[in-house]
Ligand binder design. Structure first.
Ligand code: UD1
Ligand code: CA
Length: 460
């Protein structure tokens, strides 16, 4: 059978995720711990989805409700394994979802870097045999099941570390745990495995010896990228694979022309689209999906979450920007915060210690220093003086502030919403306005300035 006819056979995936993850020391089930902003099991599901699997069955146990809550939108068959009696027993819980004619791919929920490309290679390696194993050659094979081959290099069986003889322990080809197997054969052989071994578990790996005894050839694909088969059992491995994943993402971005000042200090927890000449300084975190235009610089220690950024934008250091749109030519920061539903039009400027929430700032307007602008509709070329606050909340409701084109708001002004500042209006510094300000006029509230003659500062 060639690769093409192979792909005609439907593919069903079983993901094993019932293990407790004792060594994570966490209330969170192991597979829900996050790598690059996404749970471990979601990484595995993504690879399965890329293979266009007909079905995905998830074997769950510990913390099942939490796992279900997170994956509620996924199309999955949920198979509970009440007691963790071994990998063979785990797969047994999912066989009811498997059809005889399918190719069944068995994956682990705690192996997040395995790519669909590698899995396709394994599919091809299966050819016309009943099963194929994904294996690896490791310099330190300790802990893994070893692949035992005969003198013609044909696979004979897998021996678990705890059951291995001294000569078997020397074998450096290991079982990744991932296999692809005919549905009917899987069902048949699973009924034949026992638990007479060092761990008293039902080993999925015992299927290999059974297959060989029935005269089957067991094929294999040896991965060339060992990180892909690494599983996570503790926080150290979680951090190591996180770094590895981040490094791979960073290199992919650099290959596309993005300048990363230090790829080891860049975190992408989601996805990013970039134009040309994007420069990202150290300790930048990108979350969700961000779209960045051309000629954009992002300063150190800045977080962007679900942002859309146009061309020729300069974002300085230490900004926190979320679910907002920054159009071409804007300048942001340092220390600026954009909260969701903010839109900055062309050439707007948002400076230091400015918080903007749910506001539209039209082109050329400037909010340069120490301001809060919330629930605001601002026209073009407005100048907002330092320390201006929109008082948008009365304790119960949020109210709108409207500021017309070319308005000039003096420093330290409180605009008590709902309120409208007319086009070209000027508001004197230090005002607290609770009524509208007329267009083209100067409006201010201010108590007069006094000087006391003969006053003396108290002294000791
Ligand atoms: C297993 C393999 C071993 C392989 C190694 C790769 C067996 C018997 N051994 O060993 O050959 O080298 O993986 O990492 O298969 N799980 C369940 N229910 C259970 C037991 C396990 O869902 O009852 C799940 C775990 O959550 C985990 C996966 O299966 O995702 C593997 O289990 P684990 O105990 O880590 O397998 P190993 O003993 O390390
Ligand atoms: Ca085990």
């Amino acid at each position: 059978m060639n690769a093409e006819s192979q792909s005609n056979k439907s593919l069903q995936v079983i993901i094993l995720a019932a293990g407790k993850g004792t060594r994570m020391y966490s209330n969170l089930p192991k597979v829900l711990h996050k790598l690059a902003g996404k749970s471990l099991v979601e990484h595995v599901i993504k690879s399965a989805e890329e293979l266009e699997a007909e079905s995905i069955s998830l074997v769950y146990g510990h913390g099942g409700e939490q796992v279900k809550d997170l994956l509620i939108e996924k199309q999955l068959f949920w198979c509970e394994q009440k007691e963790q009696l071994g990998t063979g027993h785990a797969v047994q819980q999912a066989v009811k979802t498997i059809s005889d004619a399918a190719d069944v791919l068995i994956l682990y929920g705690d192996v997040p870097l395995l790519s669909s490309g590698t899995l396709n290679k394994l599919r091809e390696a299966k050819q016309d045999s009943s099963l194929a194993l994904l294996t690896a050659r490791l310099t330190n094979p300790h802990g893994y099941g070893r692949i035992v081959r005969d003198n013609k290099s044909k696979i004979e069986k897998i021996v678990e570390e705890k059951d291995a003889s001294e000569t078997e322990k020397v074998i450096n080809e290991i079982n990744s745990g991932v296999m692809i197997i005919d549905g009917d054969k899987l069902k048949l052989w699973l009924t034949k495995i026992g638990n007479n071994n060092a761990q008293g578990e039902y080993y999925l790996t015992d299927l290999i010896e059974l297959a060989v005894l029935e005269g089957e050839t067991v094929n294999s694909y040896i991965v060339d990228d060992n990180k892909q088969i690494e599983g996570i059992n503790n926080k150290i491995q979680l951090a190591q694979l996180e770094r590895e994943y981040q490094k791979r993402q960073a290199y992919t971005l650099m290959e596309k022309g993005v300048t990363l000042r230090d790829p080891a200090r860049f975190d992408l927890r989601g996805s990013i689209e970039t134009g040309q000449d994007v420069t990202i300084d150290i300790n930048v975190i990108i979350e969700g999906h961000c779209k960045i235009g051309s000629n954009v610089t992002i300063g150190a220690n800045t977080v962007l979450k679900n942002m859309t950024v146009g061309d020729n934008v300069e974002i300085l250091e230490n900004c926190i920007l979320e679910k907002s749109i920054i159009n071409n030519g804007c300048n942001i920061g340092p220390f600026a915060r954009l909260r969701p539903e903010t839109q900055l039009d062309e050439n707007a400027k948002v400076g230091n210690f400015v918080e903007i929430k749910k506001a539209h700032i039209a082109r050329g307007s400037k909010v340069n220093h120490l301001s809060y602008i919330g629930d605001t509709e601002m026209g073009e070329n407005v100048n907002i003086g330092a320390g201006t606050i929109t008082c948008n909340y009365d304790g119960a409701y949020k109210h709108l502030t409207k500021i017309g084109d070319n308005a000039f708001i003096g420093s330290n002004t409180a605009l008590v919403a709902p309120i409208e500042i007319g086009e070209g209006a000027t508001v004197g510094a230090g005002s607290t306005l609770s009524r509208n300000a007329e267009a083209e006029k100067l409006t201010f509230t201010r108590s007069g300035q006094k000087t006391l003659d003969g006053w003396k500062r108290p002294s000791k």
